[in-house]
Design a protein around this ligand. Structure first.
Ligand code: FES
Length: 574
């Protein structure tokens, strides 16, 4: 492809016109202390930054934006930082998932409405990665992703602590009376000790790794710990790279084809990645006009082993993964199932990007003949309880639940669950199937991460650490256990979960990929006739907009109006 001329840049419409409006754009740029020779005729690079004082995973992104800008200037571009909504997983309620599409829309509109020729996307905390990429994909200007990077290992009394996973683990130990207040306070001090996103293979590490596998980051970028000086150098290099991408018009649509999404799914599976990736990758692929379905995940899951020995499925953390060679090394081991001849943001093919990648620790990145788990960690289930599909991360569940039948105890929403889970009158035994409904995309609303339902205290004290749990919610990528998630359609819109009653017998069969309730079609229909739809959670504002456009989990939970493939309309000049 021929290199662009300066007058072919998108920003030229703003700055290069001899008329009145361009006068305003140029004079106002001078007002900011930027001389004509510093920016005219140069690619304008939007540095979309999700830094915020309420997002601990992104505290270093204020500085990283400076490093990106340094790289942009070095390569002859003109960087402009554009702050965007920070989806802070630990603080935002009811769920950052409620706002993923808002950030995606904001990203698209920032790129559309300003004179941006190329974008550097700074994010990493869970939903920020898919959101930023979804917006950039729809706008389809050259874009590169700068992953925030994982935080350093947590530390407590000489033991390594992992985000999320060890919180759930020690919370259960505390409820069971195994550890006390003092130990719990020490864990609070030691579990998050540097900038960066969660350092387990949670949603953040899964999605930043998926972004790299898609070809949307510099090689190796996703595994670098946030606090490592390599991370700052990667940010500057990304700034240099985007300028080259603009001149060569290398856009997301040139990189993100069916092969790229296939490889991203294979990567997530080999990592033992978060179930949230299923929803995000389906939504991202749809933005790229690629049809990716739950069945694609299931088919690849039967072929791809889990190679990354990382919590919650395995033993180690992202810092260990980086020292073991990082994602490039894992992808090199997976090369036989990848498409090596596809492009990346570098302009080089995946084959070249992986050349020379080595594994330095075979326990962290396992060889193909010694996997952590012989199949990908995810299974897609269907049956009369989940006609649209459901997902289980069975590699992170006790094996006895891979085939299990039990009577259900049903909770209607999170408040009901909190109120009653420890009610000793409930007939809950270790074989009971706990069901949470009213926690899906509309019912949640925002499909919160309630899917790892708590085990009742009295069972914890008896030593029970896993139970079969079913919901239309999501689960944190750092969670674990026999949790069937994303049941579609959700109960709020009349999915079969809405029809369950305490005592109904439910069977999970992972090998057969089935999830069924032992009720006849006639009985289900009778119950449906007496079912009343719940009231919507919002009647105004963004919540009402969200409720009228959100799609179900198996479709990626995008807004129907954002998933459309109509051409993006360029703004008119005034
Ligand atoms: Fe930000 Fe886990 S809280 S990635």
């Amino acid at each position: 492809m021929a290199r662009k001329r300066p007058d072919e840049l998108r920003s030229h419409r703003w700055y290069g016109d001899p008329g009145l409006r361009a006068f305003g754009h140029r004079s106002r740029t001078r007002q900011m202390g930027i001389a004509a020779e510093e920016h005219l005729g140069k690619p304008v690079i939007g540095v979309i930054n999700t830094w915020s004082e309420i997002n601990p995973c992104h505290t270093h992104l204020r500085q990283r934006a400076e490093e990106v800008k340094r790289g942009v200037w070095q390569a002859g571009g003109y960087p402009v930082e554009l702050p965007a909504m920070s989806l802070s997983e630990p603080f935002q309620k009811p769920s950052t998932m409620l706002y993923r599409n808002l950030l995606a829309m904001e990203t698209e509109e920032l790129l559309r409405s300003y004179p941006i020729d190329g974008a550097v996307l700074l994010g990493g905390c869970d939903k920020t990665t898919p959101a930023l990429l979804m917006g950039a994909i729809s706008m389809d200007v050259p874009a590169i992703f700068v992953p925030a990077g994982p935080m350093l290992r947590g530390n407590w009394r000489g033991q390594v602590l992992g985000s999320g996973s060890d919180v759930w683990k020690y919370w259960d130990e505390k409820r069971a009376g195994v550890i006390g207040e003092e130990e719990w306070a020490e864990i609070e001090e030691g579990i998050a000790r540097s900038p960066g996103h969660c350092m387990t293979m949670g949603t953040a590490s899964t999605m930043t790794s998926a972004a790299e596998a898609l070809g949307m980051t510099l090689p190796g970028a996703a595994s670098i710990p946030a606090a490592d000086s390599t991370h700052a150098r990667m940010a500057a290099a990304s700034g240099r790279q985007i300028v080259e991408m603009v001149w060569n018009d290398r856009r997301p649509s040139h990189i993100l084809d069916e092969r790229a999404y296939h490889d991203a799914v294979a990567t997530v599976l080999a990592l033992g990645g978060s179930t949230n990736a299923v929803i995000h990758l389906i939504a991202m692929a749809a933005r790229s006009k690629v049809r990716l379905t739950l069945d694609d995940f299931d088919a690849l899951s039967r072929q791809v082993p889990v190679l990354a020995n990382l919590r919650p499925t395995g033993a180690h953390l992202m810092e260990d993964f980086y020292y073991a060679g990082g994602l490039r090394a894992l992808l090199a081991r997976l090369r036989d199932v990848l498409h090596l001849d596809r492009p990346t943001v570098t302009g080089r093919q995946l084959r070249d990007v992986l050349a020379g990648a080595e594994v330095f620790d075979d326990d962290v990145i396992r060889p193909l003949d010694k996997p952590v788990w012989p199949e990908g960690g995810l299974a897609v289930l269907r049956g009369n309880l989940a006609p649209g599909g459901a997902v289980i991360k069975h590699a992170a569940a006790e094996r006895r639940f891979h085939r299990h039948t039990g009577p259900v105890v049903v909770f209607d929403g999170y408040q009901d669950l909190q109120r009653r889970i420890n009610d000793e009158r409930l007939p809950i035994t270790p074989d009971t199937v706990l069901v949470l409904r009213g926690a899906g995309p509309k019912g949640g609303p925002g499909m919160p991460e309630y899917g790892m339902l708590p085990i009742p205290d009295r069972l914890l004290k008896q030593g029970v650490r896993d139970m079969l749990r079913i919901s239309d919610a999501r689960m944190s990528g750092t969670s674990y256990g026999a949790c069937v998630l994303h049941v579609a359609p959700e109960s709020h819109v009349g999915g079969p979960l809405a029809l369950l009653r305490d005592g109904d017998l439910v069977t999970l069969d992972v090998a057969a990929r089935r999830l069924d309730v032992e009720l006849s079609p006639a009985e289900l229909e009778t119950r449906r006739q007496s079912w009343t739809p719940p009231a919507p959670a919002y009647s105004r504002g963004y919540g009402a907009l969200y409720l009228s456009h959100i799609t179900q989990a198996d479709e990626g939970c995008d807004f129907d109006v954002l998933a459309r493939h109509d051409e993006v309309t360029e703004p008119e000049s005034r």
